[in-house]
Write a protein that binds this ligand. Structure first.
Ligand SMILES: [Zn+2]
Length: 349
């Protein structure tokens, strides 16, 4: 069953306009299972978000507290909501701040919404609240989405023979010398994934064929910034930690670095009714290890470009299990203007 409500609620059909009407009636009841219904709404976002359009205004004005839907699904369900919704949210934010209102405004994503976000931040609104979900407010002009509206499920298929890695579009497990300009001195110790950026619709132009998600000898809570050379390899790496790893922890990771282990190939697929929707994510789908495109997770601070200071553009987020090493989520960001990258590692929420 593609809908597996996290609360154990028996799945309901979400295929027709009548099904969605029944779902929305349930959501209005005071005793409704909002998290279970949230998984139904995530399925709707992944399959037929247009069926939600008639309910955008009612949800935004009356039901946001009951709308238990993560930000990336909200973008699909509330995206392009009418301007009166924007005015309503902006008014509410001026009266009484709530992250739900700020995120709904961000999810609408229209020109009016991006203007309203910029106005909110310039009048004392919380910039960090928007940056968490990948939205940047420049010194002048409207806010900008620093993510693609198009998302793809990341499926992993193992590869047995290292020689086959060269032939795949999105390899997992490249040797470090293929992604770092100076392999003998780089802090990069692990390759998780390379993506052909043109296969993720909506990413900004990038001078290299592929962009790489890499790791270092630390479990989580770190960010690696780097520039790229003419071959797309990383150089001038710099790391920031919440807490640096101990020598013993670094040694543990060093011992794990057997080459030719955990090799694989990634396939990017559109969201559809074949994924498993549970607890606001699709990670229980067999073979799925993350999502390319779409906004960042929304739980952790996202990196700003070390050269220009702008919030960086989200490319992909995967679990560390894509190639077992470290712990938690691994995300990749770029600044297309400065041609810089950031890879970061965050714990499970
Ligand atoms: Zn930059």
């Amino acid at each position: 069953m593609p809908i597996r409500p996290v609360t154990g609620m028996a799945p309901l059909p979400v295929d027709t306009p009548d099904d969605v009407a029944a779902l929305m009636e349930l959501l209005q009841r005071p005793d409704s299972d909002t998290r279970g219904l949230g998984d139904h709404l995530a399925f709707l976002a992944g399959t037929r978000p247009e069926l939600f359009r008639p309910y955008q205004e009612a949800v935004i004005t009356n039901m946001l507290e009951r709308f238990d839907v993560n930000f990336e699904d909200q973008c699909l369900l509330l995206g392009g909501a009418p301007d009166q919704c924007v005015e309503h949210l902006a008014r509410r934010l001026r009266q009484h701040r709530s992250f739900r209102d700020a995120w709904a405004l961000a999810a609408i994503g229209s020109a009016a919404a991006l203007d309203a976000i910029a106005d909110d931040v310039r009048h004392g609104g919380d910039r960090e609240e928007y940056e968490l979900c990948g939205i940047w407010v420049p010194p002048t002009g409207p806010a900008r989405n620093r993510f693609s509206p198009h998302r793809r499920a990341v499926f992993l298929a193992p590869i047995d023979k290292p020689g086959e890695l060269a032939a795949v579009d999105h390899p997992v497990g490249l040797p470090v010398d293929q992604v770092a300009q100076r392999p003998s001195t780089t802090p990069i110790s692990w390759h998780y994934l390379s993506l052909r950026h043109t296969d993720v619709p909506g990413l900004p132009a990038w001078p290299a064929d592929r962009v790489h998600l890499v790791g270092i000898r630390a479990g989580c809570s770190w960010t690696l910034h780097a520039g790229i050379d003419d071959y797309g390899r990383y150089h001038s790496e710099a790391i920031t930690y919440d807490e640096p790893p101990s020598p013993a922890e670094q040694e543990t990771y060093r011992l794990l670095e057997a080459p030719d282990t955990g090799l694989g190939s990634v396939e990017l697929r559109c969201y559809d009714a074949d994924l498993v929707y549970c607890n606001g994510h699709i990670q229980l789908t067999p073979g799925v290890v993350g999502t390319a495109g779409g906004p960042p997770i929304g739980l952790y601070t996202n990196p700003s470009c070390r050269s220009c200071g702008r919030l960086m553009f989200h490319v992909v987020t995967v679990e560390n299990q894509i190639r077992e090493y470290g712990d938690g989520w691994r995300s990749l960001f770029i600044c297309e203007d400065c041609q810089t990258v950031a890879c970061n590692a965050t714990g499970w929420n």
